[in-house]
Every structure is written in structure tokens, then in C-alpha cells.
Design a protein around this ligand. Structure first.
Ligand code: FEO
Length: 168
């Protein structure tokens, strides 16, 4: 049986991952409205990934014989100045997720909850990859600057992105 604080932390993170999916859907909608269909696809796939993350928490909480508590989603940010701005906001969100996962790991370590410590290792690795991916796209977008050909090539590249769940 999990301690109350750790169970609340796992439920908070599950709900935050659902919120992350919601916020990436908002970015996808912005990209679609600007007719950047490849970038829109990139963020639709990202929203699927976040839902996958949320469901990993849902399944884990259930597997421990505890109850997953589904909460209301906050309204995500819908204001973006540019594609670069959207990616910068996405990176900030990922950094926030990383902090939350670290905090959750600290709680699990304090409680010596080894199953939870082990479960969270997947997310620690995942966050390294997510931050690295957003960081590298931001660098590319900055290098591209106002080279519209390179920008449209990147849009084209992202139209091919599809959701592949990361292995355990
Ligand atoms: Fe589930 Fe992108 O963090």
C-alpha cells in the first residue's frame, strides 16, 4: 500500500500528462490554423505520446491496487507568436515535467517504494530524450531563421512523424 503523499503524487503526474497532451493539441491547432501541416502532425503525435505517458501512470496505479483519480483539465495556452515560440513553450513544459518526475522520484526514495522507483526510471530517461528533441528543433529553427525553403523542408519532414511507443 502506497503512502498518501506518493499516491497523490502519482495521480498528480498522471493528470499533468493528460494536461500535456491537451496543451500539445492546442499547439497542433495553432500550426494547422497557420497551414503548417507537418508541424501540426508533429504536435498531434506529441499529444499521443503524452496520453501514452498518462496511461502508463493510470495502469501503474491500478496495478498497485490503488485508484487513479481523473481530474478536470486546465485550459492550455492557445497564444503563440510563431512556430519557434510554440517549440520554446513546449521545451519549458518538458523542463517542468522533468522537475515533477524528479520530485516524485524523491518521494518514492523517501518511502523506499522500490516498484515506484523502478517505474519512474523509464520517465527519467524519456525526459532526457524529450528535452533533447525540443532543444535540437529549437536550434534548427533558429539557424533556419528566415530561410523559407529550409523551414518548409522541416515542415515536410515532420509530416512523416508517427507515434511509436518507447520500449520498456
Ligand atoms: Fe510526458 Fe513530454 O512528458
Amino acid at each position: 500500500m502506497l503512502g498518501d503523499k506518493l499516491l497523490k503524487g502519482l495521480n498528480d503526474q498522471m493528470n499533468f500528462e493528460f494536461y500535456a497532451a491537451h496543451s500539445y493539441l492546442a499547439i497542433a491547432a495553432y500550426c494547422s490554423a497557420e497551414s503548417y501541416d507537418g508541424f501540426a502532425n508533429f504536435f498531434l503525435v506529441q499529444a499521443e505520446e503524452e496520453r501514452f505517458h498518462a496511461m502508463k501512470f493510470y495502469d501503474f496505479i491500478n496495478a498497485l491496487g490503488e485508484r487513479a483519480t481523473i481530474r478536470e483539465l486546465a485550459e492550455p495556452n492557445n497564444e503563440f507568436n510563431s512556430i519557434l515560440d510554440a517549440f520554446e513553450k513546449a521545451l519549458l513544459q518538458e523542463k517542468d515535467v522533468t522537475k515533477k518526475i524528479y520530485h516524485l522520484s524523491d518521494l518514492a526514495l523517501d518511502d523506499r517504494e522500490h516498484a515506484t522507483i523502478n517505474f519512474l526510471k523509464w520517465f527519467i530517461e524519456e525526459q532526457v530524450e524529450e528535452e533533447d528533441m525540443f532543444d535540437s528543433i529549437i536550434h534548427k529553427l533558429k539557424r533556419i531563421d528566415d530561410d523559407s525553403n529550409a523551414f518548409f523542408m522541416l515542415d515536410e519532414e515532420f509530416s512523416k512523424r508517427s507515434f511509436t511507443p518507447k520500449a520498456e
